[in-house]
Design a protein around this ligand. Structure first.
Ligand SMILES: [Zn+2]
Ligand SMILES: [Zn+2]
Length: 166
């Protein structure tokens, strides 16, 4: 397999992971998986939170694909896809856990338009502490803050009815 094709697979996997992460966050973590994700919408008391288990779960396919591609003689493309999942995990950790939530102390201040936008979008995701009504489920791509604030207002209006539904 040409390294260029491998690199293209790697980058395509990172892009696909953002879509996958959005869907998981929107429909699973703020759905049936809320019992683990809830810890991430509360103040953390120690080093870890139950939500961290999602990182462990999402690492499994990456480990399996890397092992299959490198050791078990599977199609070499799986190595690049496995590396792409791991790459997304690393970018996600750097953006979400380090830059936004500051689980590692740092003095980085977002300055570029893009970085300001995605950091603010994730802060707006945390404006809501409940399973329902949150906005901005992506991480590396986000709509403008004005759009998210508008959605938050709409959701807050609907909240009264949803609270009765479940
Ligand atoms: Zn969330
Ligand atoms: Zn967060």
């Amino acid at each position: 397999m040409s390294p260029w094709f491998g690199l293209a697979l790697f980058l395509a996997t990172i892009a696909a992971m953002e879509v996958f992460a959005w869907a998981m966050h929107r429909w699973v973590m703020h759905g049936p998986g809320w019992f683990l994700h809830e810890s991430h919408h509360r103040a953390r008391t120690g080093w870890f939170e139950w939500n961290d288990l999602y990182a462990v779960i999402f690492a499994i396919p990456s480990i399996v694909l890397l092992y299959g591609g490198v050791q078990a003689g599977w199609w070499p493309g799986f190595t690049w896809i496995g590396a792409g999942i791991a790459g997304y995990g690393a970018i996600y950790f750097g953006f979400h856990d380090v830059i936004v939530h500051q689980r590692v102390a740092h003095r980085y201040v977002p300055r570029s338009t893009y970085m300001k936008r995605i950091v603010q979008a994730h802060r707006l995701h945390h404006a809501v502490e409940s399973k329902h009504g949150a906005v901005s489920f992506g991480f590396l791509w986000a709509p403008p803050a004005e759009e998210l604030k508008r959605q938050l207002k709409v959701n807050a209006g609907l909240g009264r009815f949803r609270a009765n539904a479940d």
